[in-house]
Design a binder for this molecule. Structure first.
Ligand SMILES: Nc1ncnc2c1ncn2[C@@H]1O[C@H](COP(=O)(O)OP(=O)(O)OP(=O)(O)O)[C@@H](O)[C@H]1O
Ligand SMILES: [Mg+2]
Length: 356
């Protein structure tokens, strides 16, 4: 199969065709055309640059060869469903997705798909922009801000927190001594001790909100357990955490992204859902980790969403770790925020033909 738009002018080309060809061949975005079975019919030179394949290695193959396995699995069903029902999930709408280069590296891309009808044939055109550089800059920015929070959180927890603990213990000892001596000043000492204890627990909460110190010291499960404990103490909600399966190895940044997602989802459950119960669960199997935050509040109204930063940032964090995030109503009441993280499998042979 050949390109729909050849690189070089063909005899009898109209000026319009020549102009179109020049545009398609020089744009920085990748342009791919596939048929209803997902078979690649044409690619422009930018697609070759982005995915590192020659056009002839892609044309005639299934588009799945350019997708990570977790996206590829759904793709065939998706096209078939669309052709049958006409219900589009991404056609006509742009979204962030992931691509796989010839060397196996997965990269973030912005993908816009449109449908083209050529006589009776239905083709799909994907316009692809490699957004790796933008993502790296965003991550560096997010990392810098997390670092600031970490330093501030640790300073509060270990520095000021320890000094306050010392002062609080001294005040308590003074109160006990004055009590033993039946000194009337014991009441004042008790008040000072009480005030210091309250200040200390407020400071611990602040420090914890800035940076979950346990995350680094004892891991994500302990940090989430601590978070649910403080939600119970602070807001009186019945927040519970459960874990099934052994946690897969994960780096600190991934753990922090997952923790922040739980933090935002639980805060939304209390602020917006007025939930009385929150179940946080972490289910781990050999290849998939599922993290869910389910509340019994009034339930999110996806049709009338007041736009905020929380859900956008949760989605961003999920995409950074290569996970999928779903926010939906949990039945009649309540909301569920679910993250599914498929652990990267060893890279497949990229040059295998994929159009089974
Ligand atoms: N658990 C929930 N229950 C009910 N409504 C929810 C829940 N989570 C989110 N929402 C709704 O979704 C909207 C968007 O949430 P999001 O977290 O993006 O923004 P926000 O919480 O309003 O602001 P921000 O997170 O930036 O402080 C909320 O305003 C609320 O209407
Ligand atoms: Mg929020």
């Amino acid at each position: 199969m050949s390109r729909l738009i050849p690189k070089r002018p063909a005899e009898g080309d109209s000026e319009l065709a020549a102009r179109l060809r020049a545009i398609i061949n020089t744009v920085v975005d990748g342009i791919i055309t596939i048929d209803g079975n997902g078979t690649i019919e044409s690619v422009n030179p930018a697609t070759e640059r982005i995915f590192q394949y020659k056009a002839r290695e892609m044309i005639g193959n299934n588009i799945k060869m350019l997708m990570p396995p977790q996206w590829a699995e759904e793709h065939d069903n998706y096209i078939q469903r669309y052709l049958k029902t006409g219900k589009a999930q991404i056609i006509g709408i742009g979204r962030e997705a992931a691509g796989v280069r010839k060397d196996g590296t997965i990269f973030p891309m912005y993908l816009a798909i449109s449908e083209v009808r050529l006589g009776k044939r239905r083709l799909f055109t994907g316009i692809i922009r490699d957004i790796s550089a933008r993502k790296i800059a965003e991550q560096a920015l997010a990392q810098a801000s997390e670092n600031e929070r970490r330093i501030l959180g640790q300073e509060l927890h270990d520095g000021l927190g320890q000094q306050l603990t010392g002062a609080s213990m001294l005040a308590k000892a003074l109160q006990n001594r004055l009590e033993r001596e039946k000194n009337p000043a014991q009441k004042d000492a008790a008040e000072v001790a009480e005030m210091l204890a309250r200040t200390l627990s407020a400071l611990r909460r602040q420090a914890h909100g800035l940076y979950p110190v346990e995350l680094e010291r004892s891991g994500i499960s302990t940090a989430i357990e601590e978070l649910s404990l403080s939600l119970r103490e602070l807001y009186g909600v019945n927040a519970r955490f459960s874990q099934r399966g052994k946690l897969p190895p994960m780096d600190k940044t991934t753990a922090l992204h997952l923790y922040r997602i739980v933090q935002e989802a639980t805060s939304n459950a209390i602020r917006h859902g007025q939930a009385k119960q929150i179940c946080i669960s972490l289910n781990c199997s050999a290849s998939v980790l599922t993290l869910s935050v389910e509340d019994n509040g009034r339930g999110i109204n996806l049709k009338r969403l007041t736009p905020g930063m929380g859900i956008i940032v949760m989605r961003y964090r999920a995409s950074v770790v290569g996970a999928k995030l779903d926010v939906r109503r949990a039945g009649k009441r309540g909301t569920i925020v679910q993250l599914v993280w498929t652990r990267p499998t060893p890279s497949r042979k990229r040059n295998e033909k994929n159009n089974e």
